[in-house]
Design a protein around this ligand. Structure first.
Ligand code: 13P
Length: 261
């Protein structure tokens, strides 16, 4: 069985001092589980699940220095759909790779909503990440209005279809995150049954596209916290979490990691 994946999305939060404190707390918790402050000779993996932090791009170098050789994986929050060149302000997949990123979030609802990102652009970003050897965490999810109109399945299938269409046989290399927009930062969570229902729809869509669909992690995101994580993560198609607010507090994030064990 694949290990669950718990990824923290710090969004636009942090500074050098708070990042160092948070990462040191996470790393030392992992090291103490593996039997020593140094994390053992290999810096060994200590958690039963995979754990990652997706930090603001300007702090990737700082975070890399603190997590290198530990169980904590490094990720980014966005990537350019272009390879290189005259795209002021953009960060390419190769740059992320150069900085040690293994993961990058693409198509977060905040980028779709505030930056006008379309399904096609999100698919192109996923493609650039894959080409650089970085796993894209492709976010899908319906708004409150779409939820209330009963359009949830249509929306998430349309969003994932664009990524499948563009990425073809590489699709088993992505991670999908189901993040109902109405649950993000609101304290409202999809019930475990509701999350499972949507995850099962996404799994079926992946199965139609690849024989390796069961390898794909489908994460739940949206007010996941220390209290509700275990129940959400117990669902058969919930392979982990994409955690916003609770990933900024070491004890909360560590509780969610423990719940995924
Ligand atoms: P919250 O956990 O703060 O609701 O955020 C979820 C999210 O958007 C993760 O990408």
């Amino acid at each position: 069985m694949k290990k669950k994946l718990i990824a923290g999305n710090w969004k636009m939060n942090g500074n050098t001092a708070s990042n160092a404190a948070l990462l040191q707390a996470l790393v030392s918790a992992s090291a103490s589980l593996s039997g020593g402050a140094s994390g053992g000779a290999s810096g060994g993996a200590s958690w039963a699940c995979r754990a990652a932090v997706c930090v603001p791009a300007v702090y990737l170098a700082q975070a890399r220095a603190l997590v290198q050789g530990t169980a904590l994986e490094l990720g980014a929050q966005d990537v350019s759909a272009h390879a290189a060149g005259a795209y002021t302000g953009e960060v390419s997949a190769e740059m992320l790779q150069d900085l040690g990123c293994r993961l990058v979030i693409v198509g977060h609802s905040e980028r779709r909503q505030y930056h006008g990102e379309t399904d096609a652009l999100v698919a192109a970003k996923a493609q650039k990440a894959l080409a650089a050897g970085i796993t894209p965490i492709v976010c899908v999810g319906e708004t409150l209005a779409e939820h209330e109109a009963g359009a949830t399945e249509d929306v998430v299938k349309r969003q994932l279809a664009a990524v499948i269409h563009t990425n073809g046989h590489c699709i088993s290399e992505i991670v999908v995150a189901y993040e109902p927009v109405w649950a993000i930062g609101t304290g409202k969570t999809a019930s475990p049954e509701m999350a499972q229902q949507v995850h099962a729809v996404l799994r079926a869509q992946l199965r139609a596209a690849t024989p390796n669909a069961d390898r794909v992690h489908i994460l739940y995101g949206g007010s996941m916290n220390a209290a509700n994580a275990a129940q959400l993560l117990s669902q058969p198609d919930v392979d982990g979490g994409l955690v916003g607010g609770a990933s900024l507090k070491a004890p909360d994030f560590l509780s969610i990691i423990a719940a995924a064990g």
